[in-house]
Design a protein around this ligand. Sequence first.
Ligand SMILES: Cc1cc2nc3c(=O)[nH]c(=O)nc-3n(C[C@H](O)[C@H](O)[C@H](O)COP(=O)(O)OP(=O)(O)OC[C@H]3O[C@@H](n4cnc5c(N)ncnc54)[C@H](O)[C@@H]3O)c2cc1C
Length: 281
Amino acid sequence: MDLNTVTSVIPARHRDDLRALGGGVVPLAGGSELYADPRIHLTGLVDLATFDWPALTVTDAGLEIAATCTFAELSRLPAEAGWTAHPLFYQCCAALFGSFKVWNVATVGGNLATALPAGPMITLAVALDAEVLIWRADGSDERMPAVAFVTGNMSTVLNEGDVLRSIHLRSAQLGARTAFRKIALSPLGRSGAVLAGRLDVDGTFVITVTGGTIRPVQLRYAGIPPQTRLRSDIDAITDWFTDAHGAADWRQAVSGVLAEEIRQELNEDENQNENEDEDNR
Ligand SMILES: Cc1cc2nc3c(=O)[nH]c(=O)nc-3n(C[C@H](O)[C@H](O)[C@H](O)COP(=O)(O)OP(=O)(O)OC[C@H]3O[C@@H](n4cnc5c(N)ncnc54)[C@H](O)[C@@H]3O)c2cc1C
């Protein structure tokens, strides 16, 4: 869709170029969300793609994902040794049912900044306890846990003029075992609930509930919890919502079922590993 109130598109090459943001001028990433609806309040865009940030940087500490990294780029990233959580990358990328075009232009940062409850990059970032780096409009940098970044349905901690710069995943979480579940009302429909579980090497168990709640909810345990405890913690969540992609009570019910499936899957993995350790003794 043409944004015919937009009269300027500034290619950003230096951080100073972001000073143009504000008062009807917003960041442009892949444009898959921006160009999807009329936005008559907009007068200009600042294109982040021209920063040419490296999409994916593997370091000793983990992985840095540039906000401008596309779903297509992330989905093709090969696993490094020890990255047991690597399947979660593709699973989350594929949880966005856009076309070939959306897959190739939509960015990780654009997905987080759009903050739809069904934003699969939110699931990925929160499930792996990522840290996000925000370039604030006043020139300062701010880092925060990804779970705190999304504050509601299509709302985040970003203020006018701020830019999400990158997402950082640490080696410890990349080395965790993960399990993923999603459900939608139709085979190619937008997700109604998306859940990811993580079992760390030290036994910490984390379930991230998204899609059915207006913001990501993280449940964290020192070990794999009993079924009844997990069920009651899911039932205690109050952020379920209703829209065309599912009713709140349906989202709550299916999230309970999917969380239990994840608990069982990671529990089986854990038991299998313990048996293998005993066999090797
Ligand atoms: C057919 C179709 C299906 C879709 N399905 C889904 C879905 O299942 N789940 C889902 O979550 N989304 C979905 N979307 C919406 C959208 O495609 C994705 O959210 C996508 O990831 C947005 O990324 P983008 O790079 O295209 O963002 P853009 O469209 O470029 O930007 C989106 C918004 O984020 C802001 N923004 C972008 N990057 C940054 C940044 N680095 N810092 C600060 N602000 C920024 C922009 O100013 C704008 O307000 C769908 C869209 C289409 C057209």
